[in-house]
Design a binder for this molecule. Structure first.
Ligand code: ADP
Ligand code: MG
Length: 705
């Protein structure tokens, strides 16, 4: 008999409720203990009918004096309850024989529900009920977030036993408690322990202010939020420390080196902000530890040249650099720019810039791969194709990712593992520079991005003219077209963005094709082009070239131009159905104009719903666009409108969002959490591990890329 024929250990199949618990992520005792109520029901007292007011949710106790099923206006079970002070009708539209049995005449029952008034006397619709008797609970009854397969009663029991069994010992050393008390402003009492806080939140006494529980300002909530933020800071500082233990090539930037040659060759001088971030990056590159830096700068702030200078440092030190962009058009633009800036300097060294994309012909691709493997390509620019398996670098020292939020964790990790065949074994991994035009509000940077270093370009190159933003109804389309005509007559160029291409007629989105036809007819004097995501790459490229060379006056497109396109002669941006775009998207799109010296404008066209007004959020977004062109202010409002979830995009895929802390109201705890995490890691590493395991369990891994 073979060894693997041994009987498997008996497995008890999971019940539906157990499966539902798993689905909610409630696996460990501590997960259950940290599963906090959404709200509470007060079953601690019984109200008499004489005292009960209409609209109040009350618990009554009395005797059933009458039961009948009526059919008018529809089938229903009516039960009369008498509690000695008055009577009341219990009304059920759906009911089972068990209802009739439990609520038989003569039964003494406890019922709970909202009292309603009415011509025929007071009633309660679908009250919950059970046999009278038994002690009244001495705490509010918790109502937990649950799912259809998971009855509250089952979940309550599971949580209660999780709470009983979980290890809730204090992870904070005593010396960190005073600072926590201080952070919890205005709280003079001793800080609650986690154990106290959890027991309290699961079973608050009857005299507690429900308001303080509901708005989560209660000291017990405060303690929980502080704990949660601490866990987040800990896991990020841990991954930062792990990274600091890794090696990366040291890339010096000597005087007279390639980066200085590039600086001298540029047709403009760097802004002070660009100089500062170039310094910050150069400082990182000179260290033998992998850089993990996020470069944020508003649209048009000039991130590309900063990337080029970083690349020049790496190349000057004898290494390769890779630059990856999310779309082919964007990668193409980078390629054109970088070739223009760098190839004159590379040619004398016998090096060049390679181009990699998915749509490339096989022959060209093979050629490029060879250049990359031999090291002749000092810089590789492309799309996702750059991280594919066949791509072998000779010695890669710097990876640059544009519009980092468009890439997932796995893709960034792939780039980091590509140091190359010729790199000395001790070289370690490449430095990583991520760029984004969606500025991250400070609280987010301090929380979700705490594991990264952030450089900010907070200044636009000189000579930009402010963009005037107008919101107009679609009914004024004809005026907008006249405006385009005037711009084109002055030799300027115009973008017209439509939200979707032929996605669904039912959505009534005017599609780009129709708009293209309309504008072509209305503007016979101009060349009107069309660009949308379903066009073949070669066609896209041809259209983009005509536009960037100034031949094409008007470019109708879907959001493919959302990121990065740079045509300084474009002076008017029209966004159709602007109400359907997100705020940061609108801001990015608007940033496509105002890049040259001409006065620029952005027209946000909206279509109100039939006979109505735009919704509140849509109006808030459009208002924000008119109010400000500051990317940081836009980001702050966006965070307000949408919350952090969408903001983080691919970065957070699968990683835990904050469940309890709210960056809008709990920012005062962030600074404490950051400092406490540092102290814990420095002086109490075992407690730090315990804390992270408690809060994040297996999920901490996600945060590391
Ligand atoms: P983004 O930060 O949005 O990627 P780009 O790098 O595309 O911005 O730069 C926008 C435009 O500004 C480009 O045409 C670029 O060449 C130009 N530019 C960048 N830095 C400067 C500068 N210091 N002075 C003048 N023009 C600049
Ligand atoms: Mg850019």
């Amino acid at each position: 008999m073979s060894a693997d024929a041994a009987p498997a250990p008996p497995h008890k199949p999971l019940s539906a409720a157990q499966k539902a618990l798993r689905k909610l992520g409630l696996l460990r005792d501590i997960d259950l203990a940290l599963h906090l109520p959404l709200r509470y029901e007060d079953e601690t007292r019984i109200t008499t009918l004489a005292q009960a007011r209409e609209g109040e949710v009350v618990q009554l106790e009395g005797v059933v004096t009458q039961q009948e099923i009526t059919y008018r206006p529809r089938r229903q079970l009516l039960v009369t309850l008498d509690d000695g002070t008055d009577t009341c009708t219990l009304r059920f539209f759906t009911f089972y024989p068990s209802h009739q049995k439990a609520l038989a005449v003569g039964a003494r029952v406890r019922v709970r529900g909202e009292i309603r008034g009415g011509f025929l006397g007071r009633s309660i619709m679908h009250p919950s009920f059970h046999a009278a008797g038994g002690e009244l609970p001495d705490a509010l009854t918790p109502v937990y977030p649950s799912s259809a397969q998971l009855p509250q009663a089952y979940l309550r029991k599971a949580v209660a036993s999780g709470l009983r069994r979980a290890d809730l010992s204090e992870t904070l050393p005593p010396e960190l408690l005073p600072s926590l008390r201080q952070a919890l402003q205005g709280q003079h009492a001793p800080v609650m322990s986690l154990r106290e806080a959890l027991h309290f939140l699961h079973h608050p006494g009857p005299d507690v202010s429900l308001a303080a529980l509901e708005d989560r300002s209660h000291p017990a909530w405060q303690r929980l939020k502080a704990e949660e933020l601490l866990a987040q800071q800990l896991s990020q500082q841990m991954s930062r420390r792990e990274r600091d233990a890794l090696r990366a090539p040291r890339l010096g930037a000597p005087a007279g080196g390639l980066h200085e040659q590039l600086l001298a060759a540029l047709p403009f001088a760097l802004t002070a902000a660009q100089r500062r971030v170039v310094e910050e990056i150069a400082h990182d590159l000179a260290r033998p530890v992998p850089m993990h830096r996020l470069l944020q700068g508003d649209v048009g702030s000039g991130k590309t040249v900063v990337a080029a200078l970083a690349a020049a440092v790496a190349i000057g030190a004898g290494w390769q650099c890779a630059l990856m962009a999310p779309t082919e058009i964007l990668a193409e633009q980078h390629f054109a720019k970088l070739v223009g800036w760098l190839e004159p300097l590379l040619a004398p060294l016998g090096k060049r810039v390679a181009w990699l994309t998915g749509s490339q012909k096989k022959k060209q691709r093979t050629e490029m791969l060879a250049l990359i493997a031999s090291g002749e390509a000092a810089l590789v620019v492309g799309t996702h194709a750059v991280i594919q398996d066949q791509v072998r670098f000779q010695r890669l020292a710097l990876a640059i990712i544009d519009e980092q939020h468009r890439f997932g964790v796995a893709q960034r990790l792939a780039l980091r593992s590509k140091t190359g065949d010729d790199a000395p074994a001790q070289a370690g991994e490449p430095h990583l520079l991520m760029m984004t035009a969606t500025p991250i509000p400070r609280t987010l940077a301090m929380s979700y991005y705490a594991d990264l270093d952030v450089s900010t370009i907070d200044e636009l190159p000189p000579g930009r003219t402010p963009i005037v933003t107008k919101v107009v109804a679609d009914s004024r389309r004809a005026e907008v077209i006249e405006r385009i005509r005037a711009q084109v007559a002055q030799g300027r160029q115009v973008y017209w963005v439509c939200p979707l291409i032929e996605e669904s007629e039912a959505l009534d989105l005017s599609n780009a094709t129709a708009t293209h036809a309309e504008l072509s007819t209305a503007l016979p004097e101009a060349m009107v082009g069309l660009l949308h995501s379903r066009m073949p790459a070669a066609e896209k490229k041809a259209v983009m070239t005509l536009f960037s060379e100034g031949v094409m006056g008007v470019l109708v497109s879907t959001t493919v131009i959302e990121v990065g396109v740079d045509v300084p002669n474009a002076s008017l941006m029209v966004i159709e159905h602007a109400e359907r775009f997100g705020l940061s998207q609108l801001h990015q799109l608007r940033g496509r104009v105002g890049r040259g010296a001409a006065a620029s404008a952005c027209v946000l066209m909206y279509t109100p719903p039939e006979g109505g007004r735009l919704g509140e959020t849509a109006r808030a977004r459009l208002r924000a666009m008119v109010d400000t062109s500051d990317g940081f202010e836009i980001a702050r409002r966006d965070l307000e409108i949408r919350g952090p979830g969408e903001f983080l995009g691919a970065r957070q895929s699968g990683a835990p969002l904050l469940r309890f802390a709210d960056l809008a109201t709990d920012a005062h705890l962030l600074g404490w959490a950051r400092d406490a995490a540092r102290a814990l890691l420095d002086h109490h590493p075992a407690r730090a591990d315990q804390h992270v395991a408690r809060w994040l369990g297996g999920k901490a891994e996600y945060l590391k890329a």
